[in-house]
Write a protein that binds this ligand. Structure first.
Ligand code: SAM
Length: 216
């Protein structure tokens, strides 16, 4: 397969960083170069974020791996992702939930959503639906979700996301403006929330009703 050597090198490095085998196996199946602009193909398997246009980025592989690991995705989970970007993270989520599950991925920038749809189709993922919308209000249509993965930073945890998470569901979300923290949010059987801080991160902002209000 194309880029095989770089891909194996990346996977070994993620394994050394303590990423679990399930996530490594999923990442080994997703061709990251399908989700990277043509002129950056040689950097497709670097462990760094890369620009994808419209001032947005595809997250670094270690960040995708950490978030997916924290989510503990099971086969058949119904997953909400906020911030489709290139579609790469959605593809990894789709591998983890398998054909019996589904990923609803929301992107506010139509051009990115359209190219993500093409990337996902080219890579063969039929269990991802990309929706153009403000994801800061969640996606009521298919709620509640087993897992929610937010790939842009919110000022605080949007209330609709907590409401749309199933009891015993798990969400990961970066929160903060100048300094951001990755939060792991777990809902228990009675519906109350427990948050744990997983460390400092850097993400583009979540823009929208429950996100930042940025003038463009
Ligand atoms: N998950 C992506 C990938 O695998 O390429 C990377 C996501 S990028 C770091 C963050 C994305 O969130 C951007 O594409 C941005 O346009 C999107 N975004 C920001 N605010 C949003 C909102 N309110 N609703 C949906 N998408 C949003």
């Amino acid at each position: 397969m194309e880029h095989e050597e770089e891909r194996q090198r990346l996977l070994s490095s993620l394994r050394e960083q303590g990423i679990g085998e399930k996530v490594l196996e999923a990442m080994s199946k997703v061709p990251r170069h399908f989700f990277i602009p043509q002129k950056l193909q040689s950097a497709a398997y670097y462990d760094s974020p890369l620009p994808i246009g419209d001032k947005q980025t595809i997250s670094a592989p270690h960040m995708v791996a950490i978030m997916c690991d924290l989510l503990g995705i099971r086969r058949g989970d119904v997953i909400l992702e906020l911030g489709t970007g290139s579609g790469y993270n959605a593809a990894v989520l789709a591998e983890l939930t398998g054909p019996e599950g589904h990923v609803y991925s929301i992107e506010r920038i139509p051009k990115l959503a359209e190219s993500a749809k093409e990337n996902l189709q080219k890579a063969g993922y039929n269990n991802v639906t990309v929706v153009i919308a403000d994801g800061s209000t969640g996606y009521e249509k298919h709620a509640p979700y087993d897992r929610i993965c937010v790939t842009s930073a919110a000022p605080s945890i949007p209330k609709p996301l907590i409401d749309q998470l199933k009891n015993e569901g798990i969400m990961v979300i970066p929160v903060g403006q100048y300094t951001q923290r990755l939060l792991l949010v777990k809902k228990n059987t009675e519906g109350s929330i427990e948050e744990t801080d997983q460390g400092g991160v850097i993400f583009v902002p979540l823009v929208g009703k429950y996100g930042f209000h940025i003038r463009e």
